[in-house]
Design a protein around this ligand. Structure first.
Ligand code: CAA
Length: 392
């Protein structure tokens, strides 16, 4: 049975900060952010945009595109996220409510830093395999925030990617024989009750590149697939230089050219177009890269792609997918670019106020916040710990 992703949609906040502005304000050479990290802009979420509203927006776009039969067969909604808003209640249940999904749909969250979206995706593949004819909605949604003036500040961002998983998908077929590795390490973590993660940035870089090399080698041993078998590789993108470093670690650009594998480096660039403008969105970052690759690369039906997922803590997984005939008709790159172009550019002072406000506890009435979200879904307030949302 062929199972995979039938559609994939993105949602990002309507505000952004230009990385040159941030560099100037912090007294840093802008080239460090644009070239050293590979980031041009950073999505900024106001207090009324949270991980649930972003997830709802991306999921609504997927359901708008879905066939009626696929919506009627929906049996599972999974949210993978690092940015949980409640220690007990699943955000998938809140999204289920906002979208008005049927009671018969199972809804739950998965957590393991930036890996949780992939955990959700592979769970959905298993679910569809076990329940032929059913569909699953997988949502990766996160607000990546480290705080003002921190080392991680230029690697912040926000966004969600939603995917419909079904039999005979029209975008990407997923090979269930992926390769995963787990290693107990503290490179990035967020103790319960804290609003921003703690991170050992340089250790996290090393853990990421080591994990990629080990997962790739293990995948090659298990599947017999080597680098020459992939048309392109997509990476988890905490900042766009990160995947480039990991790829160069196993395949330096000169060696790639000599072995006829230069396309892996060139196509890596095609996978960065959205992330350079959005920044990190933890669980969603890998899939933002997949969307960018599909929208900007000369891929053909039958091409095999490798997707490297990394979640600090740490879990890494290499998933093999195959491009389906007619996949281009399932994407609308113009709409994604228009949405990014339509965002409002913040000055640094505004960004600092918005970030400070959004990291604080939200009160009963969020309508008086600095820059409320005017979109279809918004957090309107929190009363007795109960989150209240506006929906269309
Ligand atoms: N012009 C061009 N390049 C410059 C430059 C300049 N003027 N100045 C510096 N650079 C380059 C550096 O040479 C360096 O490049 P290389 O990595 O290729 O050597 C790059 O810019 C970054 O410079 P530094 O390492 O000095 O930057 P930093 O000390 O400020 O830290 C960081 C960078 C560790 C990524 C930090 O931003 C951070 O902690 N971010 C959060 C953690 C993170 O994103 N980790 C990624 C792996 S973990 C993961 O993937 C999970 C997740 O999502 C968090």
């Amino acid at each position: 049975m062929l199972i995979g992703i039938d559609s994939l949609e993105i949602a990002t906040p309507e505000l952004y900060l230009d990385m040159t502005d941030l560099a100037v304000a912090r007294g840093v050479d802008p080239a460090k952010f644009h070239t050293g990290l590979g980031q041009d802009q950073m999505a900024v979420a106001p207090a009324t945009t949270d991980v649930v509203t972003l997830a709802a927006r991306a999921a609504a776009a997927v359901l708008d595109r879905a066939e009626e039969a696929d919506t009627a067969s929906l049996g599972l909604v999974v949210v993978g996220s690092e940015s949980a808003v409640d220690a007990s209640k699943a955000m998938a249940v809140m999204v289920h409510g906002l979208l008005g999904l049927p009671e018969g749909v199972r809804a739950f969250d998965i957590r393991e830093a930036c890996y949780a979206g992939t955990a959700g995706l592979m769970t959905a593949v298993d679910y569809v395999a076990a329940h032929p004819g059913r569909t699953a909605l997988v949502i990766a949604s996160d607000l990546a925030r480290y705080g003002l003036g921190t080392g991680g500040e230029p690697t912040q961002g926000a966004g969600a990617v939603a995917m419909l998983v079904r039999q005979d998908p029209r975008l990407l077929v997923i090979d269930p024989a992926s390769t995963a590795r787990t290693q107990d390490v503290y490179d990035f973590w967020r103790p319960e009750g804290e609003s921003v993660p703690r991170v050992d940035g340089h250790l996290s870089n090393r853990c990421y590149t080591d994990m990629f090399a080990r997962v790739l080698a293990a995948h090659q041993e298990a599947s017999g697939l080597g680098l020459e078998d992939f048309a392109a590789l997509c990476f988890h993108l905490p900042y766009t230089k990160m995947g480039r470093k990991a790829l160069a670690g196993v395949l330096p650009p000169e060696e790639a050219e000599a072995r006829g594998l230069g396309h892996l480096h060139r196509r890596y660039d095609d996978s960065l177009v959205y992330s350079r403008r959005v920044g990190n969105c933890y669980t969603a970052s890998l899939y933002l890269g997949v969307a960018s690759l599909l929208d900007h690369c000369d891929l053909r039906a039958g091409d095999r792609l490798g997707l490297f997922s990394y979640g600090s803590g740490a879990v890494g997984e290499l998933v093999t997918v195959t491009v389906v005939e007619g996949f281009g008709a399932r994407r609308d790159p113009g709409a994604t670019v228009s949405a990014l172009d339509a965002r409002r550019r913040l000055g640094v002072e505004e960004y600092e106020s918005v970030l400070t406000e959004s990291l604080g506890p939200v009160g009963e009435d969020a309508s008086a916040t600095l820059l409320p979200d005017e979109g279809p879904y918004a957090l309107t307030g929190v009363v007795d710990g109960v989150r209240r949302y506006r929906r269309p």
